[in-house]
Ligand binder design. Structure first.
Ligand code: CA
Length: 225
């Protein structure tokens, strides 16, 4: 996931970039309207964070330009003023959300995640399932987490696909056995645990943020706990 930050205050831009990188996003920065537009034209970004008051031309104008190029890519506006007028102008220009300065990074991060999740839904149409920094390519049958390419066996692939299509839902071992192994008799749900552990080693091991969680007494849940 790659994010472009357009912000003319170096301290603020640096603070956002650092926070995003710590959360496994890639981030570029630009410090004025024209250079923001140039980067947006050259590269593909998954989300834009735009300050309103910028040299060159302002964030609202940049937002309009970005909207024309990429109608579906989410845009968050940063506003120091936080008046109703500013927010309305931002939405008018096509922004999806706004954050009022000064803000805490986790507030911005929460909005980034919500918007990326919404656009991930949209991207399912291009034969990929995306959750945060995990991407499952349904055509090539491979997974990617951040920059790491992950090879999966056929069963691991089906299991991960089932998890990703049911994110945020508690899945019992029987649900999983039925959908992934296509069996409804009790073939020993132990097999499910074994495969979930294989998958965990591949997609969660070494990452601070775990995606597969055990729900004691129920089964497993992918994504949000
Ligand atoms: Ca500014």
């Amino acid at each position: 996931m790659k994010i472009l930050i357009v912000e003319d205050e170096p301290k603020v831009a640096g603070f956002i970039k650092k926070g995003l990188e710590e959360n496994n996003y890639e981030a570029d920065t630009a410090s004025d309207g024209p250079s923001g537009e140039e980067l947006a034209m050259k590269q593909k970004y998954d989300l834009f964070i735009l300050d309103i008051v910028l040299p060159g031309f302002n964030g609202l104008e940049l937002c309009r330009k970005i909207r024309k190029m990429y109608p579906e890519t989410p845009v968050i506006m940063l506003t120091a003023l936080g008046t109703t007028d500013n927010k309305l102008n931002g939405f008018d220009a096509g922004a999806d959300d706004y954050v009022v300065k000064p803000f805490e990074f986790r507030e911005l991060l929460a909005r980034v995640k919500v918007l990326l999740k919404k656009s991930a839904h949209f991207q399912e149409n291009v034969n990929k399932l995306i959750f945060e920094d995990l991407e499952l390519d349904l055509d090539k049958k491979i997974a990617r987490r951040g920059n790491l390419k992950i090879e999966l066996t056929a069963k691991e692939f089906s299991l991960l696909e089932y998890f990703m299509r049911n994110r945020g839902r508690v899945l019992s071992r029987n649900d999983i056995a039925e959908k992934v192994w296509d069996t409804n008799f009790d073939f020993g749900t132990n097999v499910v645990d074994v495969y979930v552990n294989f998958l965990r080693k591949k997609i969660d091991k070494g990452f601070e943020r775990k995606l597969i969680h055990t729900k004691v007494g129920f089964g497993y849940i992918f994504g949000e706990q």
